[in-house]
Write a protein that binds this ligand. Structure first.
Ligand code: PBG
Length: 324
């Protein structure tokens, strides 16, 4: 029935009525807090484009993880800055590497907090690409799979609860699944960065993780921002290879794909509200152009409304404090 019988404003009249008919929830239990752990530092190192986010020593990472747990955030996602980088990225699968050490320390202090480890080589390679290079400078997909598998096993042995491959090599989910199973980690889930786009919004992260490619860019392995159907194919392939959770990244410019992938796969879906999305809000708020709290809660709720079960965000701790 049209107006005047129907008036949608009736259910918007009070806070209580709006709460009663609200379709989407946002709770600290939906959030994952990413952290950068650096080898050989003993104090926090601020990241210029990401106010409020620092590079952390292991001790500081343990403290931050404790704070996140205290706020009701169920999981952290770890990125490592190794002592040294080399052509292959061997720091990634070092059992005494930075992510492995941080994982052990956090699990010891916070056994119930979920530790997710990012699985990629770009923070560990001297050239900054996400895999092994061929002589012509392109990334060798199949040679990289072996290195990723070693890294995944090393992370799982250190106590990682979930392994999150972000490299975008073809076939890596199946390869990592087999390697984990063969090492006895049959119950360790894989959160696959399935639809990871070659995005300008990773800029601040690359400063934070010191992973700007020394030459070229990542368009030879990360997805073309123009492609939606291909993102659905990526997610389906990862599901077939054994992914337990699929991810869309970045989040806000790709809300349509969160919805499509959720509807198409029916899988648990994560979305990564990346460094550039964070930086934009922080910069605008610092300039007085928008209300940070309202903008963050609106953005995170929108990512949930699009279909994400899990939201990975640098705003996690603030949002957890602000949520009722
Ligand atoms: C590693 C990786 C990146 C991000 C997460 N994992 C950077 C990249 O692909 O260049 C970006 C996260 C962010 O921007 O917050 N491959």
């Amino acid at each position: 029935m049209p107006f005047p019988q129907t008036r949608l404003r009736r259910l918007r009249a009070t806070h209580a009525l709006r709460g009663l008919v609200r379709e989407t929830s946002l709770d600290a239990s939906d959030l994952v807090y990413p952290m950068f752990v650096a080898h050989g530092i003993d104090r926090r190192e601020p990241i210029a484009a990401m106010p409020g986010v620092d590079r952390l020593s292991i001790a500081h990472a343990v403290a931050e993880a404790g704070e996140a747990a205290e706020l009701g955030i169920p999981a952290v996602l770890l990125f490592g800055l190794p002592a040294a980088k080399d052509e292959e990225g061997s720091g990634a699968w070092d059992d005494e590497g930075i992510v492995q050490l941080a994982t052990r320390a956090i699990k010891e202090a916070q056994p119930d907090l979920i530790v997710i480890t990012d699985l990629c080589l770009c923070e560990y390679t001297s050239h900054g690409h996400c895999g092994a290079l061929r002589p012509d400078g392109t990334v060798d997909n199949d040679a990289t799979l072996e290195l990723l598998a070693h890294t995944a096993v090393s992370q799982a042995r250190a106590g990682a609860d979930v392994i999150a491959p972000s490299d975008m090599m073809d076939g890596r989910v199946g390869f990592v699944r087999t390697a984990l199973d063969e090492d006895g980690h049959t119950d360790t889930p894989i959160l696959a960065y399935s639809a990871k786009f070659a995005s300008a919004f990773y800029g601040p992260f690359r400063e934070a993780a010191d992973s700007v490619p020394a030459f070229g860019d990542r368009r030879g392995y990360q997805m073309d921002p123009a492609n939606g159907s291909e993102a659905v194919r990526e997610a389906r392939l990862d599901v077939d290879e054994g992914a337990d959770i699929v991810m869309v990244k970045p989040a806000l410019p790709y809300l349509d794909l969160i919805r499509r992938i959720k509807d198409d796969t029916g899988m648990p879906v994560a979305a990564y509200n990346v460094s550039g999305e964070y930086a934009m809000v922080k910069a605008a708020a610092a300039a007085g152009y928008l209300d940070e709290r309202a903008a963050v809660l609106e953005a995170l709720t929108s990512i949930r409304r699009a279909g994400a079960d899990i939201v990975i965000t640098y705003h996690a701790k603030d949002a957890a404090r602000w949520l009722p």
